[in-house]
Design a protein around this ligand. Structure first.
Ligand code: PXP
Length: 242
């Protein structure tokens, strides 16, 4: 069964709305772990719009499960990752104006820079994953660049509205999942996953981890982080049993 990576960025988004000290994403990481999260994920963005350097230092100290750092190819951020040494780094594209990560990383188009960063991170003992669109060319490029894992972008599926579109985006994920497994990669999934749409993806055999942020943090506002994580874990478990 796939593990649950809880992305705590948006706890920090609320804090940064007032540039104050609460809510603390580090507390959120503690609560998520108490509820059974298998991984804590954060994205240190170049513009520091949510997670701050102080959070990264503390998360490294207090996270007892897998710590996954989402990061761009920016040299300053690569340097921080090499210093902090999270268990896993997920390389993502990053544009200044975007509200959230928009598309997957173009590993094929930036092959030499991606390969160089993957090598430096891997040499430091960090498991490297690339966040890619579910496309065969990107899966092959990620493997060739030396990644141990890929995270398939589930956004097209999450945004699909008609049954036809939902079916075709699920099929696209299924094909990319199988391609990646055949290439010997560990496969994660994430972006736009919610309590309402997780089941069909979680029912696919082969995913090792789902990284979910906005939906869990949104529910946590009403039911608390612990309960929100428990409910998402239950859905993933139920889907795997079907
Ligand atoms: N995976 C990656 C690589 C991401 O960039 C994000 C967004 O930070 C997520 C997963 C989580 O997406 P969401 O907040 O929509 O659950």
């Amino acid at each position: 069964m796939a593990g649950l990576g809880v992305n705590i960025d948006h706890v920090a988004t609320v804090r940064q709305a007032r540039r104050t000290v609460e809510p603390d994403p580090v507390w959120a990481a503690v609560e998520a772990q108490l509820a059974g999260a298998d991984c804590i994920t954060f994205h240190l963005r170049q513009d520091r719009r949510h997670i701050l350097d102080r959070d990264v230092r503390l998360l490294k100290e207090i996270v007892q499960v897998k710590l996954n750092m989402e990061m761009s190819l920016n040299e300053e951020i690569v340097g921080i990752a090499l210093e902090v040494k999270p268990d896993q780094a997920t390389i993502v594209p990053e544009n200044r104006q975007e509200i959230t990560t928009e598309g997957g990383l173009d590993v094929r188009g930036q092959f030499s820079r991606v390969s160089e960063v993957v090598r430096r991170l891997s040499d430091a003992g960090i498991v490297v994953s690339a966040f890619i669109d579910p496309e065969p060319a990107q899966v092959a490029a990620s493997r060739d660049a030396g990644c141990q894992a890929v995270e398939l972008h589930t956004g097209r599926y999450a945004n699909a509205t008609s049954p036809k579109e939902i079916a075709s985006t699920l099929e696209e994920l299924r094909i990319a999942l199988n391609d990646a497994l055949q290439a010997g990669l560990v496969v994660h999934g994430g972006h736009g996953l919610t309590y309402r749409n997780i089941m069909p993806v979680a029912a696919m055999e082969g995913f090792s981890e789902f990284n979910i942020g906005h939906s869990i943090v949104s529910r946590a506002v009403f039911v608390g982080m612990r309960q929100a994580v428990i409910e998402m874990k239950q859905l993933i478990e139920q889907a795997a049993k079907k």
